[in-house]
Design a protein around this ligand. Sequence first.
Ligand SMILES: [Zn+2]
Length: 155
Amino acid sequence: MRTIKYLVVHCTATPVTATIESIQRYWKKVLKWNNPGYHYIIERNGDIVNITDEENIANGVAGNNRHAIHISYIGGIDANGKLLDNRTAQQTEAMYQKLLELAKKYPDAIIRGHRDFSTDTNRNGVIDAFEWIKGCPSFDVTEWLESYQPQQQAA
Ligand SMILES: [Zn+2]
């Protein structure tokens, strides 16, 4: 079994209408990846689609994939390509429940956003906005987890 150190939250950084098929085509044809980018993609209606087994490696964060599970929601940018947390209520709830489930399964794993892996280039001890890899997933994961009120009690 893989050792999982990180549960990483992403956005697909696509229009909200993007399909999983089109995203997978992009990985294969444009990026020439053999592995998918994420283990799970959350659709606008809250459906969670398993893209690859958790034992497989997905290409979510360059240099940090060996010990990571990647979860992404469809969206994350506005019509002009600017970062925007546009998760639907269903996506937000599904993401929360999935992270809860994975955190139980991998109790030593840390939950992070993609952008939290950015390098602290000016070494001021803080990952400043201008240092974010690409701002993915368009929201502060730690802050959200602390403040989110789940619609459903954990089983
Ligand atoms: Zn990402």
